[in-house]
Ligand binder design. Sequence first.
Ligand SMILES: Cc1cc2nc3c(=O)[nH]c(=O)nc-3n(C[C@H](O)[C@H](O)[C@H](O)COP(=O)(O)OP(=O)(O)OC[C@H]3O[C@@H](n4cnc5c(N)ncnc54)[C@H](O)[C@@H]3O)c2cc1C
Length: 379
Amino acid sequence: MLRNHFETEHNLFRDAFRSFLDKEVVPHQEEWEDAGVVDRSVWRKAGEMGFLLPWAEEEYGGTGLKDFRYEQIMCEELAAINEPGFMIPLHSALCGPYIAEYGNAEQKARWLPGIIRGERILAVAMTEPSAGSDLAGMRTTAVDKGDHFVLNGSKVFISNGLLADLVIVAAKTDPNNKHAMGLFVVERGMEGFERGRNLKKLGMKSQDTAELFFNNVKVPKENLLGDAKGGFFYLMNMLAQERLTNACGAVAGAEAALNATVDYVKERKAFDRPVAHFQNTRFKLAEMRTQIDVAQVFTDRCVMDHNQKKLTPEVAAEAKLFTTELLCKVVDEGVQLHGGWGYMWEYPICKMYANARIQRIFAGTSEIMKEIISRGMKL
Ligand SMILES: Cc1cc2nc3c(=O)[nH]c(=O)nc-3n(C[C@H](O)[C@H](O)[C@H](O)COP(=O)(O)OP(=O)(O)OC[C@H]3O[C@@H](n4cnc5c(N)ncnc54)[C@H](O)[C@@H]3O)c2cc1C
């Protein structure tokens, strides 16, 4: 289906980003997958090309393009090449905005230029071993000691956990109020800040996902973002954009899985005919085509609403729920239509299947999305 919300400048941006991926990412994907992490140098290259935080003000080195369609394009192109580890959206559309939105002028001047150049890689650490969906149940604490806070606790499943130079850590700041938490920027090298091993996962092999430990880490007050008790609100406020980012990548991932499957079933023969000629195959593919087109229209509309600051948390949750569930369905059908070859790592559909599964879990599970949507219905 023809999409109509991109202008010429977006198409040019897409071409430039795609060429960058072809040159700097695609040739390294296997190597990064084996290493369990992408090479730091690619972040700098992306920074040099202006692909990191393009929305940031020029005074910090950004290009001031406050248009979510650029983020959407990057999500789509990364999904199209099935690269789960080089998480530009996490850096640019999830973590960077915390600093731009809640950081003061000094903090922005201190951090944003390095972040935009790809010299300082970002991560956000909310989840703990015993608290994921229930963020208010987190146990990490930050105690006010006058000119600094002392952080104690641990976080788990943190994307960019090994590469990150600046980690935005959520920690409780008032034992009498479970929603009182602050967002602290913990820097590489701070005493007491340690990282665990690179966690072994079902998919997303090139993404470094780690456990982080904070043992009496002294975080200067200058590293607190906004209000020491406002962090919960800040997280909730940003999650709508995070979920839209997931949706953008999920629809593009579904499209890529459909394309890979269509190519395969046209080539593969069974009972003297291409697998594509069986009615079951055609019907399954037709269903996927239809559902992806519908999901794309909805997602594009959400992007335009978000540009106008009209995207509600409920609709962002609908987008994440629908598109990530669809992605998982499409990759599953895709593997089925590939037969045994679909289970082989050398086939893109196999990696797509493994990479997709987390989409229904992170950034809020499908069940939590339903909670948010139903709350909006005042049930
Ligand atoms: C690869 C990967 C990368 C990640 N990256 C990050 C990151 O960078 N930063 C970060 O902070 N976190 C990250 N996460 C964590 C992720 O966001 C959490 O795993 C997710 O929010 C779910 O939390 P949980 O794992 O504790 O599951 P739980 O909250 O324990 O949920 C278990 C089950 O219970 C269900 N459930 C929970 N509450 C309810 C409810 N109220 N109603 C109905 N069902 C419910 C859930 O839907 C789920 O099915 C990552 C996770 C993975 C695996």
